[in-house]
Write a protein that binds this ligand. Structure first.
Ligand SMILES: Cc1cc2nc3c(=O)[nH]c(=O)nc-3n(C[C@H](O)[C@H](O)[C@H](O)COP(=O)(O)O)c2cc1C
Ligand code: SF4
Length: 438
């Protein structure tokens, strides 16, 4: 393991992670001692439209993967329409490699509660739902406790802090399906239906939960709001790049010395992140990596200096996504890794549309053939052709995302596929099982 240089260490910008290492920061007394609920007090004295303008001005973009401008999303909510408005926080976090929201809710749940108060006040909503994945029992327990504590202190419920504003928060545990992170499938699931994406338009901003105007935002997005309200848009914009402002939690996993969460200004590079994480694991050379979860096209050692913000990652041919950087080395097989991701997508496909339901099923079988040493050159064309028939033709982003590791691994590492097909590499699978595994 190597120690990071002072210059690279200075790139850490703990904002959302600031309280994580304080013991008991999830308890309301400790949270209040650390400036907790000051932003809500400030916001409740402001005009809701000014809060929307502040978030627009900060340039905050969604932390759930697509990077949509948050203030603009809030501004889409129609006003004086006589309908209830809802905030739905997306805490499903199912994208492979992604692991920033669960620690956030476990260590600092009040930041999310406080963010909900400010957001709901801004969009004129009196009810928020936090949809958390079913397996995240510990985080859900912390969150429910935080909500109860906030009610007891008068931060939730009727006439919050004498402002005349009412808000209830419901923490809802899903059953654990990746597709329920897709915002419209999430809304159906929350309504008690089977979690499958809805046709858009209409969009949730006008026809969301119970067909009413709804904002759906990621945990990290909403937890950023109190910080911006307290310290201002100019402070937020000092971090990051012109179009990708603020800090971001980069989740590093894989073949590095110290996997974990590294919060840095948007635009840091993987080279710097690896240095922060103590370097690669001894004996490992970087081979491929995902910039933001497995639905984002793979990058390689040639991309170590790409600034990890929305624009520069797109220019390099990938997507910033959830900044879940999964790091693989020369000792990892890119064909096998892609196969395992595809198995996931096949399993998680909701089955609503043919390209994704059938395409992923067949691609898994093609990978099994290649990894069993029975693949043909034609299989590679078939894979690309299948991706072509999924990408842009699937009903939701799961289908598009499933093609990302396939097309990018074939783009950069075709030779690894040919090694299996032409017999230079021993088969990794026999009858669908790992060779040598028990
Ligand atoms: C298959 C699929 C899974 C998704 N899973 C999540 C998730 O777990 N959490 C999340 O915030 N966004 C997820 N998204 C993105 C959401 O649809 C939506 O864009 C996001 O919640 C909006 O919040 P933001 O603007 O704050 O990023 C997923 C999208 C797709 C297509
Ligand atoms: S792309 Fe996949 S997950 Fe999305 S609607 Fe179609 S079948 Fe369902």
């Amino acid at each position: 393991m190597t120690s990071p240089s002072p210059e690279v260490l200075a790139k850490l910008t703990p904002v959302l992670t600031r309280r994580w290492s304080t013991p008991d920061a999830w308890k309301i007394d400790v949270y209040e001692r650390l400036d907790g609920y000051l932003a809500a007090k400030k916001a409740l004295k402001a005009h809701p439209d000014d809060l929307i303008a502040l978030i627009k001005d900060s340039g905050l973009r969604g932390r759930g993967g697509a990077g949509f401008p948050t203030g603009m999303k809030w501004g889409f909510i129609p006003q004086n329409d006589g309908k209830p408005h809802y905030l739905v926080v997306n805490a499903d976090e199912g994208e492979p490699g992604t692991c920033k929201d669960l620690p956030s809710m476990t260590n600092d749940p009040h930041a999310l509660v406080e963010g909900c108060i400010i957001t709901c006040y801004a969009i004129r909503s009196n009810k928020a739902f936090i949809y958390i994945r079913g397996e995240a029992v510990h985080a859900a327990r912390r969150l429910r406790a935080a909500v109860e504590q906030a009610y007891a202190r008068g931060y939730l419920g009727k006439n919050i802090l004498g402002s005349g504003f009412d808000l209830d928060i419901v923490v809802h545990s899903g059953a654990g399906a990746y597709i329920c992170g897709e915002e419209t499938a999430l809304l159906d699931s929350l309504e008690g239906l089977r979690g499958q994406p809805r046709l858009r338009p209409p969009f949730p901003a006008t026809h969301g939960l119970y067909a009413c105007p709804t904002v759906v935002n990621n945990v990290g997005t909403i937890s950023s709001v109190p910080h911006i309200v307290l310290a201002g848009a100019a402070w937020w914009k000092k971090m990051g790049t012109e179009k990708s402002s603020g800090p971001m939690i980069y989740s590093l996993s894989g073949r590095i010395a110290n996997p974990g969460q590294y919060e840095c200004s948007l635009g840091i590079t993987l080279r710097e992140l690896i240095e922060l994480a103590g370097g690669m694991k001894p004996g490992h050379q970087l081979k491929f990596w995902t910039p933001g979860g497995s639905s984002t096209p793979l990058l390689t050692a040639d991309h170590l200096d790409v600034p990890l913000d929305f624009e520069n990652v797109a220019a390099a041919g990938s997507i910033l996504g959830t900044t879940a950087t999964q790091i693989f080395s020369d000792q990892d097989c890119v064909v096998y890794a892609t196969y395992k991701w595809l198995e996931f997508y096949q399993h998680e496909s909701c089955g609503k549309c043919t390209p994704c339901r059938e395409g992923n099923y067949w691609m898994v079988r093609t990978y099994q053939r290649i990894l069993s040493g029975q693949g043909t050159h034609e299989d590679l064309d078939t894979l690309l052709d299948t991706c072509d028939n999924i990408f842009g033709r699937a009903y939701c982003g799961l289908g598009d995302g499933a093609t990302a590791p396939v097309t990018s691994s074939l783009q950069y590492f075709k030779q690894d596929y040919l090694d299996y097909i032409e017999g230079r590499k021993a088969p990794k699978l026999r009858s669908g099982e790992l060779v040598g595994a028990h």
